[in-house]
Design a protein around this ligand. Structure first.
Ligand code: ATP
Length: 463
């Protein structure tokens, strides 16, 4: 009974035909994501990004970076070290409070996060896996610790950062002193974070090693509500740029039991995963808590002198905190579609698996395919690819029937295929085949790059 429940969660199919099981299988088959150190049997809750997954992740990161820094004069970047002075985590409260309440099953030994169990399970204290008795909850700190330096003494214990945000707070003064920023302004950072997560099913949704894209926006106390509204809206709108369907996104406001004691307000942007609505990004109004705490712990003033009013204050912070690796999962799930194309010539049901990635996100933008290898078509296609590769991520494929090559490209979400045939030699033109509509048009070679650029700019995902 419990086992079935587990299987249902990963095989549950949404209206586009996507399920976690199918996404995991496609990711492995086509080189998006592999289990980490798989030749040794894998390591739970860690994953490696393959050739296509790396491109996809980099594209998402680039879009985020552009939206946050290039489109905002008042946001600058930072790349802080993963290992930080251990006092950082005392000041931030992570040493004392960054813990999950864990319960164990006395019978099957499975471990659960109590806050993720249903009311029914919590009150009955019956294991949802085997029906055994559950222990009382114990707090379990989620930071990974390690030793730095040659002596294993307590002073050398350091932590792998569980979030990128603290790297920003500890550098607040450095940035103010060395850049021409003035409040309101933000500091953006992308990087790895580590959490000793217990509930790690659902593929790359929740892993022990993951990447975050965080931005801390520093404002004058009193202006925080206005900026909170701005970032709440801006961050939800941003998902359009990734081609994510807006009706699969919603806000969830933190109730009193979820809100950190120092926070003024907090919203999650949630996505409708095949396993239900869950967090994708957090927008938090954090007051002056973080800078205030670091100031207290390091014994130095961390504040801001307003050049206009000569007033000195600790800025308030609006945080936007998105998961990069979680965004990769969403990009994949949101794009996945199984299309029934009716019966083929042999009477077999023809199902096309296609990833409707936005062209800005797609690991390959243009595939160049010679119709046949001989008679100079392969060379001509290579020549065309060389022309395109400066501006687009290209892929060259000369093997197999053209229809099968199109389908291979559909399955990895390549929006445009350029086919080079015998007429291309005579007329200097090529076919563009569109992934979403499967429509084909003929364009002169001289107009090809411009046409692709225009199609990317005007791209609209089919509903
Ligand atoms: P959750 O409730 O899902 O554990 P959280 O509230 O602890 O998330 P935050 O600390 O606000 O998450 O982190 C910001 C973002 O980082 C999350 O919205 C999510 O996208 C991402 N994130 C957090 N933990 C993980 C993880 N273990 N694996 C992958 N992404 C994560």
């Amino acid at each position: 009974m419990a086992k079935n429940k587990k299987e249902n969660a990963s095989t549950k199919v949404n209206e586009s035909g996507a399920s976690m099981e199918k996404i995991v299988s496609l990711c492995k088959r086509r080189g998006f994501v592999y289990p980490s150190s798989e030749i040794y049997g894998g390591l739970s809750a860690t994953w490696d990004y393959g050739p296509l997954g790396t491109e996809l992740k980099n594209n998402i990161q680039d879009i985020w970076w552009k939206e946050m820094t290039r489109k905002h004069d008042n946001i600058v970047g930072l790349d802080a070290a993963i290992m930080m002075h251990p006092k950082t985590w005392e000041a931030s409260g992570h040493v004392d409070n960054f813990s999950d309440p864990l319960v164990d099953c006395k019978k099957c030994k499975t471990r659960f996060r109590e806050d993720k169990l249903s009311e029914e399970v919590i009150s009955s204290r019956i294991c949802p896996e085997c029906g055994g008795e559950l222990t009382e909850a114990r707090q379990f700190n989620m930071m990974f610790s390690t030793q730095m330096g040659p002596v294993a003494e307590s002073g050398s214990t350091i932590y792998l950062r569980p979030e990128t945000a603290q790297g920003i707070f500890v550098n607040f003064k450095n940035v103010v002193d060395t850049s021409r920023v003035s409040i309101p302004f933000g500091i953006a950072q992308v990087g790895k974070a580590f959490r000793n997560e217990i509930t790690t099913k659902n593929f790359i949704f929740r892993t022990c090693e993951f990447e975050q894209m965080e931005m801390q926006f520093f404002v004058k106390p009193g202006d925080e509500d206005e900026w909170f509204e701005y970032w709440k809206k801006t961050r939800k709108d941003y998902y359009d740029k990734l081609g994510i369907q807006q009706d699969k996104l919603r806000y969830h406001q933190h109730g009193p039991d979820e809100l950190a004691f120092y926070a003024k307000d907090a919203y999650d942007i949630e996505y409708l995963y095949p396993f239900g609505w869950e967090e994708l990004e957090g927008i938090h109004s954090r007051t002056d808590y973080d800078l205030g705490k670091h100031s207290e712990f390091c014994g130095k003033e961390i504040n801001y002198l307003d050049p206009q009013t000569n007033e000195r204050y600790i800025p308030y912070v609006i945080e936007t905190s998105a998961g990069l690796t979680r965004s990769v999962l969403i990009a994949l799930m949101d794009a996945y579609h199984e299309e029934d194309l009716g019966t083929d010539s042999k009477g077999k049901q023809d199902i096309r698996t296609v990833l409707h990635f936005h062209p800005n996100v797609a690991p390959v933008t243009v595939a160049v395919l010679p119709l046949v290898k001989k008679d100079g078509l392969a060379e001509l296609a290579k020549d065309i690819q060389d022309e395109l590769r400066e501006d687009f991520k290209t892929f060259y494929d000369k093997t197999g029937a053209i229809g099968r090559r199109y389908r291979r490209m559909d399955e990895i979400g390549t929006p445009f295929c350029v086919t080079v045939d015998y007429d291309s030699k005579d007329n200097n033109d090529v076919t563009i085949r569109f992934r979403d509509s499967m429509e084909q048009i003929r364009v002169p070679r001289s107009e090809l790059a411009e046409r692709v650029r225009k199609e990317i700019k005007n791209y609209r995902r089919p509903v």
